[in-house]
Design a protein around this ligand. Structure first.
Ligand SMILES: Cc1cc2nc3c(=O)[nH]c(=O)nc-3n(C[C@H](O)[C@H](O)[C@H](O)COP(=O)(O)OP(=O)(O)OC[C@H]3O[C@@H](n4cnc5c(N)ncnc54)[C@H](O)[C@@H]3O)c2cc1C
Length: 357
């Protein structure tokens, strides 16, 4: 008998649609359902879920939903109760959900209640030799595991950026509404609000098409024998503003910031890309003033097209690590790029304020 697959999602902060990662996981769930000959059930939670349900109605899947003010915001106890109730109603063998922070926090707990195994940070869900298989990386992206399990139900959380998002025209959805009665102790945590950095100060943009990496060269003495930190700050921030790129940094640069030296004030360890940093996913990457040593470049594993600007024609990028290396002064190239990008931008914006550290 073909297994029942349950796709789970929560409404995003706007309250009207699902997060992008959810449409990606839905694409993976529909593909798995087609491969296994299964029917898909969709489970949704949120304060109001009709608009989100409409957005996925053309999948033809049965939609189960739990809505109400208690499910407006992430809260472990209420989310766990809601997802558990959906699983009880759908009786799935496979549960596929997006690896959002809300679900990464709660689904392992639901797995415990269901006595189900759960795998997180998956990068693919596919059939291998006729067996449903999930892949994920271990040991800082050095080992890729293929996971197959006999235990059911099996809960799988797919990371964002790993599958094409499902798209379909919205249509009116029929929601099979489920009721959950929350005990008082499931409501003890109150949602106070979301604090996010000023949008200009938010330099890490996972959905950006371009990763812009700044290396320690930006803070080093240049041809005139002096450093140019204010110019470096302005050049990088203006480029980010005009290109919409996400900002990465080399370890050498972010370590200087951490030690309170007078370097780029918007760089933190969260920006660090590499072996002891992050492994972001972007279609393109542009490295500037960064040598391209292996412990850094290993963090570029998921960057498809790579360009680098470095004064040194023998830097690491020249040794097969970049598609194109521009042997040039990054200060000049980035200033020129920014002026070209600025000329294309019709909207004139105020200079980006540098956030306090
Ligand atoms: C266990 C371990 C883990 C590590 N993990 C990481 C990690 O996660 N991430 C990471 O980044 N590093 C990591 N490192 C450190 C890594 O090996 C390098 O030391 C680091 O990446 C060097 O940073 P950088 O290239 O910015 O600086 P540098 O090596 O100082 O290079 C600066 C570059 O800037 C160029 N330059 C200077 N001025 C200009 C200009 N005007 N225009 C163009 N180019 C210019 C120079 O030619 C030079 O190539 C790790 C090391 C170890 C041992």
């Amino acid at each position: 008998m073909s297994p029942t697959i349950l796709f789970l999602a929560h409404v995003d902060e706007s309250g009207t649609t699902l997060p992008k990662a959810a449409y990606e996981a839905l694409g993976a769930a529909l593909k798995a359902a087609a491969q296994l000959g299964s029917t898909l059930t969709i489970g949704l939670i949120g304060e109001t879920i009709q608009d989100a349900a409409d957005s996925v109605a053309s999948t033809g899947a049965r939609i189960l939903g739990i809505s109400g003010a208690d499910f407006a915001h992430p809260r472990y106890a209420s989310d766990a109760a809601a997802i558990h109730a959906i699983c009880e109603a759908a009786k799935p063998q496979i549960v596929i959900a997006p690896g959002t922070s809300r679900f990464l926090r709660v689904l392992p707990g639901v797995a415990q209640r269901l006595r189900a195994p759960v795998d997180t940070h998956l990068t693919s869900i596919d059939m291998i030799d006729g067996v449903l298989s999930a892949k994920r990386w271990f040991y800082k992206q050095r080992l890729e595991a293929v996971i197959q399990r006999n235990a059911r139900p099996w809960i799988l959380l797919l990371d964002s950026g790993c599958h094409q998002p499902w798209t379909g025209a919205p249509t009116t959805a029929q929601i099979h509404a489920l009721e959950v009665t929350l005990p008082a102790n499931a409501k003890r945590t109150a949602f106070a609000g979301i604090r996010i950095p000023n949008s200009d100060a938010q330099t890490i943009r996972p959905d950006a098409k371009l990763l812009f990496v700044a290396g320690a060269g930006w803070s080093k003495k240049q041809a005139d024998g002096t450093t140019h930190l204010p110019e470096a700050e302005t050049a990088i921030l203006e480029f980010l503003q005009n290109s919409g790129a996400s900002l990465g940094g080399s370890k050498s640069l972010v370590d200087q910031s951490g030690e309170n030296q007078a370097v780029l004030r918007f760089m933190t360890h969260l920006n660090q890309v590499g072996q002891t940093g992050s492994t972001p996913r972007h279609p393109k990457g542009l490295s500037t003033c960064c040598h391209g040593e292996e412990p850094h470049v290993v963090g570029w594993r998921f960057i498809n097209e790579r360009c680098a600007i470095n004064l040194d024609p023998n830097c690491g990028w020249a040794r097969g690590k970049a598609d194109v290396l521009y042997v040039a002064d990054a200060f000049q190239v980035i200033a020129k790029l920014t002026s070209l990008l600025g000329a294309r931008t019709t909207r004139k914006e105020a200079p980006v304020p540098v956030p306090a550290v």
